[in-house]
Design a protein around this ligand. Structure first.
Ligand code: ZN
Length: 706
């Protein structure tokens, strides 16, 4: 076997929010592949980074009253902890907002300029006159020019599906300030993609033939070629959080320019950091050289960002005289229980929420059992998930060890038999031989087929144990030798399954190898059974999933709604449909007005603000944010309102008797703790920084506030 040297990346998570299980699909797909290729004997480097630039991050930081650097530093810590705890073993996890990335981005840019691939021309774009910034398409909303639905984004209507430009919207408004945008001209820079048309076509066909691109992807790209390659607008005007274009003032690289360069920057940092054995500063140059020197560059991405990775990115690399990707492996989206991830259903599950309730390996196993080499979406069916983990991991795999380990300790001093009779040896060899096909299945990203093959052998092992019934043999002192052989073969079956499952469930596998007393880091070690070795005491390696754990996770995912934070601090409703677009993109889903646009008096009159008197106030069990208020609302009766101000008011009992201001005509909201009938107003930025509003003496419960 020739040893391959491969740099593997996953798409960079966007640094404006937490990692959720939609992201985890890709990181697990990449991580399983990396682990399997290493066990097959290849040298693999695995890097990723946060995608840290763009308008969304700039505006979110502004809203939170912190600098963009503070925002992305905090998110980076969260992302790296989540990925580590999902056992995604990156050699290095960087950020695109790094000095290395700036230097590499500038180098590529200068090469593109020198090659004559850059042009500039004025572009008319919508501009927010209040916030004084140009507005990306997703930051303009208005009435759809086709079906006249209100509040549609500037690029497409979610009601009728029409696509258009923001200037086509009727009554457009800026999502940032609410102001009516005006058209304004600005000089933009473009990369002439058509310069690379023939090169890209040849690259795509060559990669398809070599298995580096899926046919579905190449066919999709063919449509774009047929439509003609338009020049790519790579500049954005200040204010923008990113890298300023060298030689220009107030012009920045669009986040998608420096994001993929982040793959190279992360790898360069890894090479120069000296933290990985066998990798030094010179290796970066060797890897990225135009002739690639026999090394491979493999990207794992979702199907929403094909265009960027198979057109722009290879063109940029080639234009800069660098190597092109060896493969771009594309996967589909994740659905939960057959539908898009949804915050209201509690199926928009953050990585951390999962980890709070369930083992990471359980999700890894389920995802692997669903993942194939195509772009098909995969569904997390929670019932099937529970059954598969309980049946396969606990029932068919771990149980083999738990049924046999005790006998080995009780009768054989914890030692496996030193040899196996010919029949048992042949039996083991046949199973090991059968599973060796999994190396190719992992490499081809057909994890589902690999898992099926492994579970077939698990069934064979369990049938063997059931047939030999070691618990009956143990009762007969004359059958000690036979018992020893049966337990030795059964535990070797267990070890064989562990070796092949280890890329998928590295946490449980690591505990299993501890139990067996010897770790295995190569698939080829599976060919020889473990004989004569001393095993350790058996401790439960994995436990069955209780349905209530899944229910609690779903409930906890609903809790993140934060229905009653102060209006200034509450996030805009996130759109579930955008879950797939969070990696390496610039979605506007978390943008909220940073400054308040003017409104008409009618708008204010629609709010029914009232004085309420606090009759009761208490902590809500199971929530770390909420207080439950009972208000005397005068003529409106009493109201129950949940308010997310617990961090600011440690002793809710002290609030009884005081007056508050609340919105009385907010639609009632059903929460896991009960119905919330309004919203209590407070000032401040959220968390402990919240202050209830008060009213002068004389005001009575139920009085309108005008
Ligand atoms: Zn429409």
């Amino acid at each position: 076997m020739t040893t391959r040297e491969i740099l593997v990346t996953c798409a960079l998570p966007y640094a404006n929010g937490p990692i959720h299980i939609g992201h985890i699909v890709e990181h697990v797909q990449g991580d399983v592949w990396v682990r399997a290729m290493r066990m097959a004997g290849h040298t693999v480097h695995f890097v990723c980074a946060d995608d840290a630039h763009g308008t969304s991050i700039m505006l979110r930081a502004e809203r939170e009253g912190i600098t963009p650097q503070q925002l992305i530093d905090g998110v980076w810590r969260q992302h790296t902890a989540d990925l580590r705890d999902f056992r995604v073993a990156y050699d290095h996890y960087s950020s695109t907002d790094s000095a290395t990335n700036r230097e590499l981005t500038y180098g590529i840019w200068r090469a593109l300029e020198a090659g004559g691939h850059v042009e500039s021309r004025p572009v008319k774009q919508l501009y927010d006159p209040v916030r004084e910034m140009f507005l990306p398409d997703r930051f303009v909303k208005g009435e759809c020019p086709v079906c006249h639905s209100k509040d549609q984004y500037g690029d497409a209507c979610e009601v009728c599906g029409s696509t258009y430009t923001p200037m086509d919207l009727i009554e457009p408004y800026s999502v940032v300030s609410g102001a009516r945008p005006v058209e304004k001209e600005s000089l933009h820079f473009f990369v002439r993609l058509a310069d690379f048309g023939e090169l890209l076509k040849a690259w795509l066909e060559e990669r398809r033939a070599a298995g580096g691109l899926q046919s579905e992807v190449v066919n999709k790209l063919q449509e774009w070629f047929d439509a003609g390659l338009r020049s790519w607008d790579v500049s954005r005007d200040a204010p923008y959080f990113g890298f300023e274009i060298p030689g220009q003032t107030g012009k920045y690289f669009y986040v998608w320019v420096d994001a993929p360069v982040g793959y190279l920057a992360a790898f360069k940092e890894l090479c120069e950091g000296g933290s990985k054995a066998g990798l030094g500063a010179g290796d970066y140059a060797r890897f990225i050289h135009a002739d690639a020197n026999g090394t491979e560059l493999i990207h794992f991405i979702g199907k929403d960002i094909i265009y960027f990775h198979t057109l722009f990115w290879p063109a940029m690399l080639h234009g800069a005289g660098l190597r092109m990707p060896t493969a771009v492996n594309v996967h589909g989206f994740l659905t939960v229980d057959g539908a898009k991830m949804s915050k209201s259903r509690g199926t928009f599950i953050n990585a951390r929420t999962w980890l709070d309730h369930l083992d990471a390996d359980y999700l890894r196993y389920y995802l692997a059992s669903m993942l194939g080499p195509t772009l098909a979406d995969i569904d997390l069916d929670l019932k099937a998930f529970e059954e598969r983990v309980n049946s396969h991991l606990v029932g068919k795999w771990v149980n083999i060890a738990s049924r046999c380990a005790g006998f080995v300790h009780r009768f054989f001093d914890g030692r496996l038999a030193a040899t196996l009779p010919e029949a048992e040896h042949a039996r083991y060899a046949a199973a090991a031989e059968k599973l060796s096909v999994c190396a190719a299945l992992f490499e081809a990203r057909d994890y589902a087929a690999a898992v099926r093959a492994i579970i077939e052998i698990a069934d064979e092992a369990n049938a063997y144990v059931a047939d030999k019934a070691p618990w009956l043999l143990a009762k007969d002192e004359g059958k000690r030798d036979e018992l020893h052989i049966v337990c030795t073969l059964a535990l070797n079956y267990f070890r064989l399954l562990t070796i092949w499952l280890s890329p998928v469930v590295p946490g449980i596998a690591s505990r299993a190898f501890d139990f067996l007393g010897s770790p295995v880091s190569r698939f080829e070690d599976a060919l020889d059974p473990l004989l004569g070795a001393r095993i350790n005491a058996f401790t439960p390696l994995a436990t069955r999933i209780e349905p209530k754990k899944i229910e609690a996770m779903i409930e906890a995912s609903k809790d993140s709604l934060q229905p009653n934070a102060a209006p200034t601090a509450s996030p805009a409703p996130a759109k579930p449909a955008t879950q797939a677009k969070t990696a390496m993109n610039e979605s506007a889903t978390t943008a909220t007005p940073a400054t308040t646009a003017t409104i008409a008096i009618d708008d204010f009159a629609r709010l029914d603000l009232r004085i309420g008197k606090v009759l009761g106030c208490e902590h809500v069990e199971g929530s770390d944010k909420l207080l439950r208020f009972e208000l005397d609302a005068g003529e409106l009766g009493t109201r129950q309102i949940f308010s997310g101000i617990k961090a600011a008011y440690a002793e809710p009992g002290k609030l009884v008797g005081r007056h508050v201001v609340f919105i009385a005509n907010l639609a009632p909201r059903k929460m896991r703790f009960g119905v919330s009938e309004g919203m209590i107003l407070s000032a401040g930025s959220g968390g402990a920084d919240l202050f209830l509003l008060d009213v002068d003496a004389g005001a009575q419960p139920g009085m309108p506030v005008k």
